[in-house]
Ligand binder design. Structure first.
Ligand code: ZN
Length: 245
């Protein structure tokens, strides 16, 4: 069911080692990561989004067992999960938008039962990106970082004074639903003119089409839009400039 992506077992067995998981709409990725942020082993498996809750849980459990074995089954110091929202936080009951299999699925509780005694954290995937960039990426060495994910949606996370800020509901730094154009386009959240409604990939494509961008492919995506912008297409370039601003 799972296929190895890489295997670099044997590095730094002395550092505290954790299990890291990314649950998305199309795939679940898991890795064993050492205390310096190095990936010891990693695997991925398709997200069985339309199956029953327990079928998807079993696929996740099998993936975690396999990647842990790949790494040489080191003792684990914790389990960290980034998951597509929405979710309750910090309880980690998840209802990922594109994964109907899980509605209020008690992901954190199930993982705690599976790894007794280990700390288990479940957070919004964009928050995890922000924390990762702060620890090992573009925000390294900085005390204050706003991490943003611009994709099908727009999300983010906030690090202030070297610490992740969660806010009351775990949504601090979620920049996607800040209103940037009060009379702007409607947003799936029910608001109007949110950053996500203006600057997400699908929003850019819609805006450009309305202004005369005519790609050959009727299913053209924001990747095609970006390619046309690079090639000098005036409307495509304007769409990206607008999103950036
Ligand atoms: Zn919104």
């Amino acid at each position: 069911m799972t296929e190895p992506v890489t295997g670099r077992a044997g590095e730094r067995a002395d550092a505290p080692t954790v299990l890291a998981v990314d649950i998305g709409g199309t795939k679940i990725a898991a890795a064993v990561v050492d205390g310096d942020g190095r990936i010891v082993a990693d695997r991925r498996t398709p997200t069985l989004a339309q199956e029953s809750p327990e079928v998807l849980w079993k696929a996740l459990a099998d993936l975690l067992d396999a990647v842990h074995a790949d790494a040489g089954a080191p003792p684990l110091a914790g389990v960290g999960v980034g998951c597509v929202g929405p979710m309750t936080w910090p309880d980690g009951e998840v209802s990922p938008l594109n994964v109907p299999a899980w509605r209020r699925f008690p992901l954190r509780r199930r993982l705690r039962e599976r790894y007794p005694g280990l700390p288990v954290r479940v957070h919004n995937d964009a928050v995890c990106v922000a924390v990762g960039e702060h620890w090992r990426g573009a925000g390294r060495g900085r005390d204050n970082v706003l991490g943003m994910v611009v994709s099908t949606g727009v999300g983010g996370g906030l690090v202030l004074g070297g610490r992740l800020v969660d806010g009351a509901s775990g949504n601090a730094g979620h920049v996607g639903h800040i209103v940037v154009e009060p009379d702007g386009p409607p947003c799936p959240c029910g608001g109007r003119g949110c950053l996500e409604a203006v600057a997400s990939g699908p929003s850019l494509v819609r805006w450009a089409r309305e202004r005369g961008w005519r790609p050959d492919d009727p299913d053209a995506t924001s990747a095609d839009l970006a390619a046309d912008a690079r090639a000098g297409h005036r409307v495509a370039a304007a769409a990206l400039r607008r999103a950036g601003r």
